[in-house]
Design a protein. Structure first.
Length: 363
């Protein structure tokens, strides 16, 4: 008998057949779903791929059967039909950051619902590592990319894949790039107004030294509100950090206090991890939050609500970002949408807590 390579299920079937002990049950198919739901296979396909016309009742019936039968679309067959792989690369700058973890989870959930699978790479905010990881994804024949990092290294490659940039917009995006972002200018506006409303007059802003659109826009929005005050109500100093990590903020604030240069009654941190590091440094140095210094962060990661003094923050709608990113990518893959080099903005909103409004603050 000639040599053959088996996948697990084929090998099991072959060995069982050779022994004459049993047969292997065929997998549940779209035709089986259609028969059970009393609709056509074409209708089931439209429900799975979320295109075409069908009633809400039909969708609910088909989705219930899919859940009960634990049906998973055949990605290889779908990829062959559509002449593409069903793999999408997701490029993440820091997988330890809860905001990115939540966003990746939402993207992956939406991709899976449309029959795609995710290939994830973490760049650790390192451009060289990003270049190498993206090349590895190209070698895996991904059909599209979703960048949570700046994506600047993709501009250097000769590849022309559809790409979605979330919250970190490159300065010179490719022609096939779609850009999606939280409204970070609005978020900076909200943070500034919160500190002004709480009476802050000498404010420290902590942000990234890297030119990342999300952080530059947050600071821009913050400065807009302060500069619009006539007469001026508050002074602003900016501390630029190499990395937006807890320890970086902790060390920077501790050093300012020890040098006698921390006389701020308000702090705006461009991420919640910076806000938490700042809070702990001030507490360790005997400066009380919010009585002496008020703090507001950005992202609304879960730990901010459970800090010993809950941290006020700006909430980003991660579920909306994830859903819209996948919608845009699928539209680009199907040729239904052309990028216009504009950014789709998703609104943000304020989560006021005790770090600005006192221990009796109500969200």
């Amino acid at each position: 008998m000639p040599n053959r390579k088996f996948c697990f299920s084929e090998k099991a079937a072959f060995e069982h057949g050779q022994r004459g002990t049993t047969s292997v049950k065929q997998s549940f198919s779209i035709k089986d779903i259609a028969k059970e739901a009393g609709v056509s296979a074409a209708t089931v396909s439209r429900v799975i791929n979320k295109n075409g016309r069908y009633s809400t009742e039909t969708e609910q019936k088909v989705q219930k059967i899919i859940r009960n039968r634990q049906y998973v679309p055949n990605q290889i067959a779908k990829g062959l039909r559509e002449q593409r792989t069903m793999n999408v690369g997701i490029v993440v700058p820091d997988i330890t950051n809860e905001f990115f973890v939540k966003l990746v989870s939402e993207i992956d959930k939406n991709l899976f619902a449309h029959g795609y699978q995710s290939l994830l790479c973490n760049t650790d905010e390192d451009d060289e590592q990003e270049r190498r990881r993206i090349q590895m994804m190209y070698n895996q024949n991904v059909c599209g990319l979703i960048f949570l990092s700046s994506g600047s290294t993709q501009e250097e490659s000769g590849r022309d894949l559809p790409a979605i940039y979330i919250d970190r917009i490159p300065e010179h995006p490719k022609k096939n790039a779609f850009m999606l972002s939280s409204d970070n200018v609005q978020g900076g506006n909200l943070a500034a107004q919160e500190l002004l409303d709480c009476g802050c007059k000498n404010i420290l802003a902590m942000t990234s030294r890297r030119r990342v659109s999300a952080y530059t826009e947050r600071l821009e929005g913050f400065e807009q509100v302060l500069s619009a005050q006539e007469p001026p109500k508050a002074r602003l100093n900016v501390e630029y950090l190499d990395r937006l990590h807890y320890q970086e903020a902790y060390d920077a604030v501790t050093e300012l206090v020890r040098q006698g240069r921390f006389d701020y009654d308000g702090v705006f941190a461009a991420s919640d991890w910076l806000a938490l590091g700042c809070y702990q440094a001030l507490t360790d140095q005997g400066i009380r939050v919010p009585e002496q210094t008020k703090i507001i962060g950005y992202d609304d990661i879960s730990i901010t609500a459970f800090n010993s003094v809950p941290i006020s923050t700006v909430h980003q709608q991660v579920d909306v970002l994830g859903e819209k990113a996948v919608e845009q990518l699928l539209a680009a893959l199907d040729g239904k949408e052309d990028p216009e080099q504009t950014v789709t903005h998703v609104p943000v909103y304020l989560m006021p807590r005790a770090s600005t409004r006192g221990r009796d603050a109500q969200v």
